[in-house]
Structure formats: C-alpha cells, structure tokens
Design a protein around this ligand. Sequence first.
Ligand code: SF4
Length: 313
Amino acid sequence: MNHAAAPELRAALGRYARLLQAQGVTHVPLDRRAREVLRHLAAEEGKTAAPVPAQAPVPGHAAPPKPATISISTPTPASPMPRPAPAAASAASLSSAQTVRGESVSAEGTKAERLARLAAKAAVCRKCEHLASFRTNVVFGEGNPEAALMFVGEAPGADEDEQGRPFIGRAGQTLTKMIQAMGLTREEVYIGNILKCRPDMPKGASGNRKPTPEEMKTCMPYIVSQIEIIQPKALVALGATAVEALLDAKLPISRLRGKFVDFRGIPLMPTFHPSYLLHNPTNETKRKVWDDLLLVMEQLNLPISEKQRGYFL
Ligand code: SF4
C-alpha cells in the first residue's frame, strides 16, 4: 500500500462509516483483503496490529452484531443523526428510554409469529393494575410485520380502547390520510403506541389524559420489542409524548421535528401528533408535518411526484 495515501484512505473510511451509521448499519462484513488493509492502517498509526475480526462494528455502535437491514443505496440525511439533549430529571425519569430492554419473547419463528407471541403476552399484562382494571382492550398495534415504516403514538383513546385497534378515532383518520398521501396504506406500515392500555379517567369524565412517565416507563418494553422485531427502516414518532418516551427528550416538538434523530440505529422523525392537526388545521401546520413525511419518503427511497412535493404550499 502507498504510505502517503493512508491518511486519505483513513478519512474516506471514516466518511463511509458515518454514512453507514446514519443508515442504521452497526456491523459490516470484512473479507481477508479488507482486514489486511485495516491491519496496515492500524500499524501506520503505531498501534499493535491486532487481529481484525471478520465483522467490524461501525463507529458509534457498541451493540452486538445484528443484521444490517438498511440498503446502502438508501439516501440519508447530509449529516449524522443527532441525539437530542437529555431531559432534566423528572419524578419518574425515563432516562433509560434509549437503553430499556424489550419485553422478552422467544426469537423463534417469523416476525409475525414473534409479534403474535408478544401480543398474547400484552393481552394479559397487568403490570399497571389501575390501567388493566380500567381497559376494555389492550391495544397492541397493527400492520405489516415486515414494514419499512413504523408510526409510534402515545396511548389509546376511548375509540381505540373500545375496538382494540390503534389510531381509529378522528386523529387516526387523519393519520390514515397522512399515510395515503405518502402513497402507502395502513396495511403496508406498522402502527403502535407507547402505552398499550388507555390511561384511566375519573368516573364519568370524557376525553383522554397524557400517560404518566411511570406508566410509559412500565410499558416501554413492549414497543421496544415491537421495534426490535419489525426492524423498520424509519420510525415516525407522533407527538411530544411519544418523543419523550422514545428519546428521553422533553423538548418542544416544534424544535425537534424536521430532522432525523437516532433511535438505536434507526432513523426517527419526530413530528406533530395528528390530533394537533385537528386542532390547528392550517395549511402551515399541515405543511410542517408534510415536510417531515417527505423527508421520511426520501429516507425510504419512495417515489415522490411533483404534486406530492407541492401539497399544502
Ligand atoms: S399499560 Fe402496558 S405495562 Fe401497563 S398493564 Fe397495559 S400492557 Fe401492561
């Protein structure tokens, strides 16, 4: 190898590693020649030429190897995905949001089979006794187990509790329109919530309440497992509560939206909850959400027509 070329090669490898990292790739296979080159570069830096394993972690990922599911050809944001600043400690901190372990379920079988086992577990879950006593149905989530795109909201409302399905009330109808505007159907994506049971309400009260940090923390292992099983290529977090739970970020959604952040190697786009659109049905608000979804479409390499680019302008 040309010694003078080593710094240039190191810089190129660094850029390539950052590109892979932005795509969620955690490990890359190395053939014999690649291992020789890396050994040489390490020796150039004066390090001991330690044996290079056949699979190398992408810098920034210390997690154990997992299959790289994102195509190298998928377009990525120009810069590495930032992680939002951690929130100030709250009474029941969600500080483990990025590291909380998924609900344990056998890894045997297809994604659909694994999700079905997880759903069966959630169906009889009583970790939050007050919610289990109040609920009509556990709202596990629904959609394509092989989905490239997954939406995550905060919790079921009255309609969802009644029917056991996520996002089927008025806000759900808005979400369905958002999905259709992307050229997709509900059946092609996966839709879930942080909380699987409807937050309980005082007797006779209508409406919904925000889940408490403690409730979200208790239920988080289910959504983490769903994400781990499905391995979508992109996530959309709907509303500040879902973002708070997934990213431990108590920043206004208006500051977080519009750029991808990393959730365990998966690009995550924070955006407004569909119910916010119902309360603020201006073209300006709709366009902000649509801008976020256009970025998601680009991330997924979905076709975008000129008409779609011009929605709400
Ligand atoms: S909210 Fe989640 S953790 Fe709590 S009882 Fe329901 S399924 Fe179980």
